[in-house]
Design a protein around this ligand. Sequence first.
Ligand code: PXG
Length: 460
Amino acid sequence: MSKKNYSKHDVKHHLHPFSDNAALQEEGVRVMVKAKGVYVYDNDGNEILDGMAGLWCVNVGYGRKELVRAAKKQMEILPFYNTFFKTTHPAAVELTDKLVEITPEGFNHVFYTGSGSESVDTMMRMVRHYWASIGKPEKKIIIGRWNGYHGSTIGGASLGGMKGMHEQGDLPIPNVVHIEQPWYYGLAKDNETAGEFGIRAANWLEEKITELGADKVAAFVGEPIQGAGGVIVPPDGYWQRIEEICRKHDILLVADEVICGYGRTGNWFGHETFGFKPDIFTTAKGLSSGYIPIGAVLVNDRVTEGLLAGGEFNHGFTYSGHPVAAAVARANLDILDNEEIVDRIHDKIGPYMKKRWQETFEPFKYVGDIRSVGLMCGFTLVKNKETREFFPNTGETGLICRDIFFKNNLIMRACGDHIVAAPPLVISKKEIDHMLSIAAKCMREFEVKMDQILAKQDQD
Ligand code: PXG
């Protein structure tokens, strides 16, 4: 089989995630063969700027030999052993030490998983077990947000607020409910300031708790910045008010840091960027920069104490604390730390991106809300930016735009009609300029195409 056939051959037998697999049978898929720095290369020899760091995860960039060496060494010494039955191994111990070092004060315990979804499901079981352990088993309800994304397992998909996911397979499961997302541009009232909206949006949590009864609610879970929902950045003050409400009603506060963690927002964790203290936070992706699957749930002292009182927690995965994954994750955290990558995002690259992102997209007439924190960037495609009129059939326009980027060898994501980017944290200023010059060219092409589509719709 020649390499050229991979595209069509793949889809004969491979069912792809979040894809219309019937359509892929016709179209084939793009075949990526190698990567270096912020670029990936397909089997036609195209150099593609990866503005999404894989899937929001390749924080240290592609081609890091240190991670390859860590994996090889660990595979040779101890490729697998479990952490279930009164056992551990040096790789897990070394990773745990590093995690305790980089996480904020009060976080001294880690539960390992194999992915973000497993981290979220672990957290959901953990918060219920925590309340049961301290004598409040009726506190079971977990509150998430519409348009949040927390993974694809039954727990994660239930907690997430993606209606298209709920439609498939009778979700959400019982005792998982949602409040509206804190999206100022889309949901504010006329003349409402961002600050006022942020408080109103946080108060939706209090209203929900009151409706359900605080004695029934276990936790509130949110991404510090909603990622797959389209890089929805909450207004200042939102998270402080959420924290206040959780404390007042004795509800656990959980940050899902699967995207925001490990430097993406300019601090080690997104909740530090927004200045709040969760009780638990879930992570994956950037923990190993995507080089190998691994996730971790970080648990504060209060919750740990409750869990320890509860006897055995009947939960765990074969690959919890997998030695090779742990060794790679440790090497990855060492790179982030030793090369001061998080500080670089905070002080230099994040602010540079924010300015350049704003000035690149601002001039385009179909671009509304423009936002950027660290290296999480987004904007929203709108039909009329004066009146904030959105395009009908949410998602269609986003895909038109996304496909133009893709065709021009720049990977950015469409989340509905939000266009987002999250490049590797090692991207240079020059590479940001390059990325945004391609993006501007794509947006000109997109504008012409949309003018034609809208003119035709007017005629019909
Ligand atoms: N929580 C959050 C906040 C996530 O972003 C998960 C949990 C689940 O992680 P796993 O490792 O099980 O996929 C995620 C994952 C996208 C996209 O297209 C985003 C994610 C995954 C796949 C695609 O934006 N986020």
